[in-house]
Unconditional design. Structure first.
Length: 685
């Protein structure tokens, strides 16, 4: 039988010069999206992947069916009450997309269909609806639609009394829009055509042509993004300008949309703040006065500059202040300590404050849709790695809780008591303790033979909290241990945890992950023959870095939409997301950042050596990480790697950063990843 040969991309040397240093990129040409040769190469890689995994196709289908069978197909969200209507999202059996509806005044009232996304999506291979926004008089709704998966949404407006969709299309937006209190003025953000940076806020009047829309604000600093929303009190329209390290807000009374926005507190480098309105004051979560973990301050609504701000809840070195929910009689604080999320209830009347009780260490608890202001009910979500997600209404006065809905796991075989979950701490190279959350079926032995999948992200201060997954059961029930490494670059252990994993300390993110990997091997949870790593986007950068730094300790890697060509991308200001990322990765136009980024950039550091088995996925229309980054990476790996282990590039030619749309189509992508792992473990069913 003839051996299947992988495609080899042609070499066209391209010199890239910066700071007197010349890099030769042999695959630079792969960034020519319209070049037929590029499309041909991607198709050949897809064909190679399909042929090499043909023997797993039946298993992939079985995995897909198994994961789909756990999902309640005719599912429905818990309704929430807003402005006299109960809003509901539901799915119908056999359908991929949600149906959005509402009922007036009572759950017994007649259902009013707002959007049936199954009908709206039927002519498209990709479909995403977002940004549903209803006017205060309940007559109009704006919404955004993306049919390409490039996160460039077209806003439409629908009359909810007549079901007529107005004959206007507002293109190249973020999808969201905010209504003024006059019910005829709507504000939205639009993106730069090239960089896709949201840089302008527009004002649209019902009945007018979008070409006549007025630019109310243009953000000239290309490291900032803009957005707009309405305060929970409905009194203010709030325009935000934010970069990685700096915030600026502008406010306008929602009832006077034709007036000018007023700056709340002008931007000051490295001053971050967010605002919430209540009665005659604004409440501000901020890092002012070197409050690196943030604190809560308060100011009169007519005196908003920072010299008027006064402390309400001070800064704490060991507690990250994450946010607030304001109610008529209560202030709810979301915070994080020792890597765990906490929810604190503070009555406005001076009664004793208290925390919601949580008993284990591998859980996630967060407030959710709390639109109603005059209520004593707090709605929050709770889950753990072995406990399905529950939506809970908590009475802040009586402390009674009502579980409104627990995620159902169908199929009859699931029992959370069959699984164990724990948190362990690895010691990093510099002595830092790094937490790892893990879950596995009870009864496994610590004999180094367990297949082990370690996941992490580690960038932008984003936390990957312990969470429940029905798809993950397909690995756990076949003997896998699944774990999340809470490495530096997130904010799991406070703001310093983030600061120690970015810019010129970025390598801590990579070494933390490697040290966590070594620790689970030392503790005999697994071995290098059975250890696998997974990460996507910036987590894909993590995957690229660790396979260059320590390829010998992994049997396989899953890298989804990986950001691997760091230096070239960050030097190209025309690529989406570049300039706004300088505070995260550094600006390579400055030599010290160029040199540091070059020292870890996965693409630039591919070497002639053995690499683990690798499954790499991307989307042709990805706006966050361009498809050519993984394409170039795999082309270089094919030439330089010195062993015969598997190396696959799987490009979705119709999708972008989030992969396929539709809840079941996405499962097919998961089935590919799981079959890759299980095939390496020689687990056939």
């Amino acid at each position: 039988m003839k051996e299947i040969q992988p495609p080899i991309a042609k070499i066209i040397p391209h010199e890239l010069e910066k700071h007197g240093h010349i890099r030769v990129d042999n695959y630079y040409w792969l960034n020519e999206r319209e070049n037929p040769e590029v499309i041909d190469y991607l198709n050949k890689e897809n064909d190679f992947y399909q042929k090499m995994t043909e023997h797993t196709k039946v298993f992939q289908k079985e995995l897909f069916d198994e994961m789909k069978a756990r999902i309640k197909e005719d599912d429905e969200s818990v309704p929430y009450l807003y402005n006299g209507y109960y809003y509901i999202t539901r799915f119908e059996k056999g359908k991929d997309y949600p149906i959005h509806s509402r009922k007036k005044g009572s759950l017994d009232a007649k259902e009013e269909i707002l959007f049936d996304c199954n009908e709206m999506a039927k002519d498209f291979t990709y479909f995403n609806l977002n940004g549903i926004s209803v006017s205060e008089d309940n007559k109009w709704v704006s919404y955004g639609v993306d049919t390409v998966s490039r996160r460039q949404y077209t806003i439409h407006i629908k009359n909810l009394e007549t079901n007529e969709i107005l004959p206007i299309k507002i293109e190249n937006t973020t999808g969201g829009a905010t209504w003024a209190s006059d019910n005829k003025t709507v504000f939205y953000s639009r993106k730069d055509e090239v960089t896709l940076r949201p840089d302008r806020i527009f004002k649209h009047k019902l009945g007018s042509n979008p070409t006549e829309d007025i630019v109310v604000y243009f953000e000239k600093d290309d490291t900032f993004n803009v957005s707009i929303y309405k305060s929970k009190s409905k009194k203010y329209l709030i325009l935000t300008s934010e970069s990685t390290l700096t915030s600026e807000y502008q406010i306008l009374l929602a009832e006077t949309p034709d007036e000018k926005f007023k700056v709340f507190q002008k931007r000051t480098r490295e001053l971050e703040y967010s605002i919430s309105h209540y009665e005659d004051s604004f409440y501000i979560v901020t890092n002012k006065d070197d409050a690196i973990n943030f604190k809560l301050m308060k100011t009169p609504e007519d005196k908003t500059s920072k010299e008027n701000w006064v402390d309400l809840i001070g800064h704490r070195d060991d507690v990250l202040f994450e946010g607030i929910d304001i109610f008529k009689d209560y202030l709810v604080v979301s915070e994080r300590s020792n890597g765990l999320s906490k929810i604190k209830i503070i009555p406005w009347n001076g009664s004793e404050a208290y925390y919601l009780p949580f008993e284990i260490e591998t859980y996630t608890a967060e407030t959710t849709t709390n639109i109603d202001f005059d209520t004593e009910i707090l709605r929050f979500v709770y889950q753990s790695m072995a406990t399905p997600s529950s939506l809970i209404d908590f009475n802040m006065r009586t402390k009674e809780k009502l579980v409104l809905k627990e995620q159902q796991v169908l199929g009859g075989a699931f029992d959370k008591n069959n699984y164990a979950e724990e948190r362990i701490w690895a010691t990093a190279t510099d002595g830092t303790k790094v937490p790892i959350s893990m879950v596995y079926r009870k009864g496994i032995e610590l004999n180094s033979n367990n297949p082990f999948l370690l996941y992490a992200y580690g960038s932008y201060g984003m936390n990957i909290d312990p969470y429940f997954s029905t798809t993950r059961l397909s690995l756990l029930d076949r003997g896998f241990i699944y774990a999340i490494a809470h490495i530096r670059g997130g904010e799991d252990l406070g703001r310093n945890w983030y600061e120690d994993g970015k810019l010129l300390k970025k390598k801590n993110t990579f070494t933390d992950f490697i040290d966590c990997s070594k620790y689970v091997i030392e503790q005999k949870y697994t071995s290098s023959q059975h250890l696998y790593a997974e990460g996507g986007s910036a987590g894909g950068l993590l995957m690229g870095a660790i396979v260059n730094m320590a390829p010998e300790i992994y049997n396989g890697i899953i890298a989804q939409v990986p950001f691997v060509d760091v230096v070239t991308t960050m030097l190209d200001e025309t690529i989406p997301l570049t300039t706004g990322e300088y505070d995260e990765w550094g600006n390579p136009n400055v030599k010290k950042y160029y040199n540091y980024m070059l020292s870890y950039s996965p693409y630039d550091n591919v070497e002639t050596k053995d690499y683990p088995n690798m499954y790499i996925s991307t989307g042709l229309h990805d706006s966050q990480v361009q498809y050519w980054e993984p394409a170039k990476w795999i082309a270089k790996l094919r030439v330089l790697k010195t062993n015969s282990k598997q190396l696959f590039l799987d490009t979705n030619m119709e999708a972008g950063h989030g992969g396929a749309s539709g809840r079941f189509e996405a499962l097919k992508e998961v089935a590919k990843e799981f079959s890759f792992l299980l095939d390496l473990e020689k687990i056939k069913n």
